[in-house]
Design a binder for this molecule. Structure first.
Ligand code: GDP
Ligand code: MG
Length: 163
């Protein structure tokens, strides 16, 4: 038995960087699978001895502000519905934005399992961001650096019970 993890969050927080780290070269593009648009990328992830499916919610980067809310919500809800657990990423350097709070509301309302991760947390640049992230009401944030591979053991321990 394996599980599916959906990486969600606003543009530019590092979702694809984390996806690429977890998937490496094992990317499975799902453009031609029924029910999955190219706005969702799916791959076979590895984290130490864990094997699971990971979904990246791409495709939000190129939309205008007007259409972002609705499209973001639909795409995020679809990814969350496909997954056993969601990894909600925020940018620990930028601080919380209104859009982060919209995502947090979506996730809280859906009521599924959520890991809150503060990305870009290499060094101490995300110390304030990690404290602020408690405000989202999604529990204790885990600090990670998708780019530098930090916090992967903490992530492992949070995901291990799902395997
Ligand atoms: P997405 O839009 O959420 O998929 O974000 P991307 O993965 O495209 O990353 C957005 C930007 O953040 C890129 O310039 C990345 O190099 C940068 N980034 C991603 N992860 C980290 C990190 O852990 N630390 C730092 N400092 N930058 C990161
Ligand atoms: Mg991306």
């Amino acid at each position: 038995m394996s599980f599916t993890l959906a990486i969600v969050g606003r543009p530019n927080v590092g979702k694809s960087t984390l996806f690429n780290r977890l998937v490496g070269r094992r990317l499975a593009l799902v453009d031609d699978q029924p029910g999955v648009t190219r706005d969702l990328r799916e791959g076979d992830a590895r984290l130490m001895d864990l094997r699971f499916t990971v979904i990246d919610t791409a495709g939000l980067e190129d939309v205008t502000d007007d259409s972002l809310q609705g499209r973001m919500r639909r795409l995020t809800e679809r990814a969350v519905d496909m997954a056993d657990i969601s990894l909600f990423l925020v940018d620990g350097r930028a601080g919380l934005t209104a859009t982060d709070r919209v995502f947090a509301d979506i996730l809280r309302r859906k009521g599924g399992k959520v890991i809150l991760a503060v990305n870009k947390a290499e060094g101490s640049a995300a110390d304030a961001g990690a404290l602020e992230a408690w405000e989202l009401g999604l529990g204790e944030p885990v600090r990670i650096s998708a780019e530098h591979g930090e916090g992967m053991e903490d992530l492992y321990h949070l995901l291990r019970p799902l395997a």
